[in-house]
Design a protein around this ligand. Structure first.
Ligand code: ADP
Ligand code: ADP
Ligand code: MG
Length: 662
């Protein structure tokens, strides 16, 4: 076995490979770009080498530099992860020339499967079923059009060199073919430097079912069952699971054997995936070869979960020349696993990728009780940024259960415990997909997201009343903690003759919201949201706030960022923004660094002390006047110099309450 390997990748997959290497007592070398100098994967490895600028072509794609780094550190082999150089036959060949082991298939196998059209010609010879289509070398537009007419519409035009869901055009009818072809060729040339396309029958409502295969240098092959990756957006996978619901044992075997035949045809070595498109017709399933991915796949953990194997360990063993650890008859499926890809993106804006800082990044507790597991694979830490340079995937959440229903319930629970604040993510969207009728009933096909869209997009899982109650509770708890006083259990007389009321205004899901909080004689609270009042009670339990509001109760974890409270409950997450009622009064009052009382009244509490640094909009003090409470907020960032009154003091309008320095 190797003593030291270099991992030519970043993010979660670099951390994933490093974890297995560590377990096998193999030393690891990380490579990193400028943007990744302090990245998690750098710390996950024993050594690290800087390889250049932030853009991939200045670092993670510079293979000469990476080979130099391997030689300089004495690494014997290079693991390419997925993406970047993993399917670059030039890199695989260069490793061999430099005397390094490329942990992946031989360059010849990468090349044979690299272009979709050529690989289909090979598969045809190997007897692997293909989608009816044209995958010849002649790219004459007239010929392509004739082929499309022959296949019958709808057809799919695909860039032969394409990948990652790019370079595909579905064509509904003959008249649209020419324009779609031109646009597909343009995208193919720009994205992949190769305008060649193929044309295939567009399978309607298909499933994407792929087979994990493994080969060794002695010519042994096994297939490690299937993964159903039908839940997709923009032809990219969102959820993946194993085994594929409804797949019969007979069909599983036929697909497995076809996948092994595909691998054998190109003398494949190591981990690979044969992707099939599955047509569902009158209860029958027909599978067709789509492409082979000659690398470890993003979704390999679901296979690990159902087989109990470590596929990276298998890759390392095979690359070191060992035979496959198990034979086909030793392999079994245990239970059910599902993976969800957590991405920095905005599902409500057509999945637009998002960048930003992970201000809050809380993962579900990882569990491993027998086979009931929650696994969270990532390459970031709280405080890290998701930059525009790399993929938008933040993490992968993988769950395993005895049955699909159990795995599904566990996935939902784990997603609920995934708290990310600072940038848009698809976590809530994933929960909606997981909870959708189609997914729950395993009614799977690549149009699932489209079909269920009404239930998936623009959803507000937290009722407005609960969001407001959580924000109010968070404010009050924050004031108590900061000031060391509890404004609602005070017995100093200012409220003993009646009810004190405090107004709040919020912006929630694009709506303006007014709320009024009343404190009764006995200290009990009543909150009115939109005029409707109900009792409010809450207490802090650890990180969460136990809320009871009217007949609703919830356990909420609330993270405050500036004026926004991010509320996470079991039902889902929402953001509610506090509107500072006295923002304008505050602006005037703050002239010359003074903060003055906007009206005559009584000082209820200060939530800051002299010396505290405050942010614009942060609550500084609460005043009471006309039975209403008013929050005085900082008009700008600054430092509190002095508090000029004490709680309970009566002040005149215009009185200076505290001094703030810029
Ligand atoms: P798979 O086919 O492995 O399930 P996809 O095809 O959806 O996954 O995505 C894999 C591709 O996405 C890679 O080939 C790569 O281009 C890109 N990719 C995804 N995540 C990353 C990452 N963390 N680093 C680099 N490339 C990535
Ligand atoms: P990529 O290299 O981008 O992964 P694939 O050929 O694997 O491209 O196709 C990606 C996805 O596009 C598939 O998972 C499937 O959802 C859809 N797709 C591909 N071929 C067809 C087809 N013939 N009919 C319908 N959908 C298809
Ligand atoms: Mg694919």
């Amino acid at each position: 076995m190797f003593k030291k390997i270099l991992i030519a990748n970043r993010g979660e997959i670099a951390c994933r490979v490093a974890a297995t290497a560590r377990r096998m007592a193999i030393k690891t070398v990380a490579v990193y770009s400028e943007a990744d100098a302090d990245a998690k994967h750098v710390h996950a490895c024993d050594e690290a080498v800087a390889i250049g600028g932030s853009a991939p072509r200045e670092s993670y794609l510079r293979w000469e530099r990476i080979i130099e780094a391997a030689q300089a550190t004495g690494a014997e082999a290079i693991h390419p992860g997925y993406g970047f150089l993993s399917e670059n036959e030039g890199f695989a060949a260069a490793c061999a020339e430099a005397g390094l082991v490329f942990i992946g298939p031989p360059a010849s196998a990468i090349q044979a499967m690299g272009l979709k059209a050529e690989s289909k010609q090979l598969m045809e010879k190997a007897g692997v079923p293909l989608v009816p289509g044209y995958h010849g070398a002649d790219q004459d537009p007239e010929l392509l059009k004739r082929e499309a007419d022959r296949i019958g519409y709808p057809v799919l035009i695909k860039a032969s060199a394409g990948g990652g869901g790019k370079g595909m055009r579905a064509v509904e009818k003959a008249e649209d073919f020419a324009a779609a072809l031109a646009s597909c060729q343009r995208e193919a040339r720009n994205s992949f430097g190769d305008a060649a396309v193929l044309v295939e029958k567009y399978v309607t409502r298909p499933r994407h079912i792929e087979i994990q295969v493994f080969g060794d240098t002695q010519g042994n092959y096994v297939w490690l069952f299937e993964r159903d990756c039908s839940v997709q957006r923009r032809h990219q996978k969102v959820l993946e699971e194993a085994p594929a619901p409804g797949l019969t044992e007979a069909l599983r075997r036929r697909m497995g054997e076809a996948a092994v035949a595909a691998a054998r045809a190109v003398k494949y070595v190591g981990a690979g995936t044969v992707e099939f498109i599955v047509e569902q017709r009158q209860g029958e399933m027909n599978f067709f070869f789509m492409e082979m991915n000659t690398r470890l796949q993003v979704e390999h953990p679901v296979t690990e979960a159902i087989t109990g194997l470590d596929l990276v360990e298998w890759q390392l063993r095979v690359a070191a020349g060992e035979p496959l650890p198990l034979k086909q008859e030793d392999l079994r499926i245990h239970g059910h696993a599902i993976e969800a890809r957590i991405c920095a993106e905005n599902p409500d804006k057509d999945f637009l990728p998002a960048t930003g800082t992970l201000h809050v990044y809380r993962k579900p507790p990882a569990t491993s009780f027998q086979r009931a597991t929650v696994r969270f694979d990532d390459g970031v830490r709280e405080g890290d940024t998701i930059s525009p340079f790399y993929d938008s995937m933040i993490a992968k959440l993988i769950v395993h259960g005895a049955t699909r229903a159990e795995a599904l319930a566990r996935l939902d629970e784990a997603l609920a415990a995934t708290h990310i604040v600072g940038l848009a993510t698809n976590v809530q969207f994933l929960r909606h997909v997981v909870g959708s009728r189609s997914f729950a009933q395993a009614d799977l096909d690549t149009a699932l997201i489209q079909r269920e869209s009404a239930a998936l997009f623009q959803q507000q899982p937290v009722p407005v009343e609960l969001a407001a109650a959580a924000a109010v509770a968070k404010t009050l708890l924050g004031e108590q903690a900061l000031a060391g006083v509890d404004p609602f259990s005070r017995r100093d007389g200012w409220r003993s003759h009646g009810v004190a009321t405090r107004r709040f205004e919020f912006s929630f899901a694009g709506h303006h919201l007014k709320a009024e909080l009343a404190t009764l004689h006995d200290g009990a609270l009543r909150l009115a949201v939109h005029g409707e009042a109900a009792p409010l009670a809450f207490r802090r339990t650890g990180e969460a706030i136990e809320l009871r509001y009217g007949d609703r109760s919830a356990r909420a974890v609330v993270y405050t960022q500036g004026e926004t409270d991010h509320v996470f409950t079991a039902a889902g997450a929402a953001s509610i923004v506090s509107i500072d009622l006295l923002a304008h009064a505050g602006d005037d009052a703050a002239e010359g660094g003074r903060l003055t009382a906007p009206m005559p009244g009584k000082v209820v509490s200060f939530s800051v002390r002299a010396g505290d640094k405050v942010k614009k909009g942060q609550a500084l003090a609460v005043m009471e006047a006309m039975k209403m409470e008013h929050t005085i907020a900082a008009p700008a960032d600054g430092t509190v110099q002095e508090l000029l009154y004490a709680p309970g003091d009566q002040v005149a309008e215009g009185a200076e309450l505290l001094r703030l320095a810029a």
